[in-house]
Design a protein around this ligand. Structure first.
Ligand code: SAH
Ligand code: SF4
Length: 439
């Protein structure tokens, strides 16, 4: 989402004459768009700011001014501290105020004062942003599109409800218009984004409220849009309509990121996740019934306060039962102001370390096994660019696996059937089966 937000900040600043430069030392303004989800992400901000300070000083000696802004969730959560610790920062702005950037820049330039805007404004930033200058990725073939933001679920460990604010959805018409613009500019794959993307409930053109499933059916009607993905989903919001959309819509990719965090009912309850491990298993079963080639990815936290050896074993059991194609796993990181951070029974660091290692080993085995099943199969690959070696072109399978072949660069931008011939550590190699768009 920060990638998407950064692009939109670019859209907001373009009318003021700002355009991208190749390196920070050429920039009149540098915006650090930050993440607060775990401690490590937040720490990086201060070390990065130290580097930007040197750039600002060097530019000043050469007679150039530099505005330094910190945006995103670290700005939201630690704005005052940033201003105190980094006096060379001019602007601090939260994720819901960046539509006001032009005004902040003008004020910073005029008054030379320092500006902090981290409230949650009554107005919706999407109503004030200029039309996006799609898209953000090289080759303009895949793009992110934020449809929903914020969260009201208040999981015990998570800062998102405090930094991104309350859950809200963009209206259907605005999402469809942005998607059409993207496709008109050459985009073939759109990833719909939201902290709880499947909690989407946008106002429809008919005045009714549309869920994510209905939005997906409407997007699938845009000619030329070959692939639709969405992330991140919450198991609690995975309704029957969305499961049916996976059965009905070939454009909806058979790859779902569905974080479970833990396989222990006791920890899931402590986390306030709102479902049990068996409910997750059952949901996965229903999804696979609807779309047999569906692969899953997930997020896991080890060492949430109160997690015992038996709780961790329950997570390992859930992983073994489910089988994940990909997964992200983290040591629990106490976030200031969240309920779990103040809870008793914090798990010692060395226990977190060994649990993480065991979990990651199992997840890695599953990922390798899943990728291995591709060898010998024919799969559609959306080619998005050239590969690393001469003569190679590269793209992704429906399951997000990077795939490279020896092939004609004219195939870039098309979805082509490829026979997979080898599995490398994090990608697949294959040969083009037929030089024509797969339909
Ligand atoms: N909305 C998504 C998750 C968004 S945060 C959901 O509900 O699943 C992305 C991931 O970061 C989470 O799934 C979780 O695994 C991890 N995460 C969030 N807070 C964390 C914390 N305090 N410590 C460790 N990992 C955390
Ligand atoms: Fe955070 Fe996701 Fe829980 Fe919301 S649902 S509080 S974003 S982990």
């Amino acid at each position: 989402m920060n990638v998407y937000d950064s692009a939109r900040m670019g859209d907001v600043l373009r009318p003021l004459g700002y355009a991208p430069v190749d390196a920070p030392d050429q920039a009149d303004m540098i915006i650090l768009n930050t993440c607060h989800i775990r401690d490590r992400a937040a720490e990086k901000v201060f070390s990065e700011l130290g580097r930007l300070r040197l750039i600002k000083e060097a530019r000043k000696e050469a007679g150039h001014g530099t505005i330094i802004a910190v945006a995103g969730c670290v700005a939201q959560a630690e704005g005052e501290e940033i201003l105190a610790r980094a006096p060379y920062v001019d602007i601090v702005l939260g994720p819901q105020t960046y539509h006001r950037l032009p005004e902040m820049v003008a004020r910073a330039a005029r008054a030379g004062g320092r500006i902090i805007e981290t409230e949650f404004p009554a107005e919706q930033k999407f109503d004030f942003l200029p039309e996006s200058e799609a898209p953000q990725t090289p080759g303009n073939l895949t793009a992110f599109l934020t449809i929903q933001e914020g969260c009201d679920k208040f999981c015990s460990f998570c800062v998102v409800p405090y930094t991104r604010g309350a859950e809200s959805s963009r209206p259907v018409a605005s999402v469809l218009a942005e998607a059409r613009r993207m496709v008109a500019s050459g985009v073939r794959e759109i990833s719909l984004l939201g902290q709880n993307v499947n909690a989407y409930h946008g106002e429809g053109p008919d005045g009714g409220i549309w869920g994510l499933a209905r939005l997906a059916y409407a997007l699938a009607e845009i000619p030329g849009l070959a692939r639709i993905r969405y992330t991140t989903s919450h198991p609690r919001d995975m309704d029957e309509a969305l499961i049916a959309a996976h059965r009905d819509l070939p454009q909806l990719m058979p790859f779902l990121h569905l974080p479970v965090q833990s396989g222990s009912d006791q920890i899931l309850r402590a986390m306030n996740r709102g479902h049990t491990a068996d409910e997750y298993r059952d949901l996965v079963r229903r999804l696979r019934e609807a779309r047999p080639d569906l692969a899953l990815s997930s997020d896991f936290i080890v060492g949430h306060p109160g997690e015992s050896d038996a709780d961790f074993e329950a997570t390992m059991a859930l992983v073994r039962d489910t089988g994940f194609a990909l997964a992200y796993s983290f040591k629990y990181s106490p976030r200031p102001g969240t309920p779990a951070a103040g809870a008793g029974m914090q798990v010692p660091e060395d226990v977190k370390d060994s649990r993480l290692q065991a979990l990651q080993q199992l997840l890695r085995q599953q990922q390798d096994a899943f990728n291995q099943t591709m060898v010998g199969q024919s799969v559609p690959v959306l080619f998005t660019g050239t590969g690393r070696k001469p003569g190679q072109i590269a793209g992704r399978s429906p399951w997000l696996q990077p795939v490279h072949v020896q092939g004609d660069p004219a195939l870039i931008g098309q979805e082509i059937m490829v026979r997979i011939t080898e599995r490398l550590s994090n990608s697949l190699g294959g040969i083009v089966e037929e030089e024509k768009e797969y339909a």
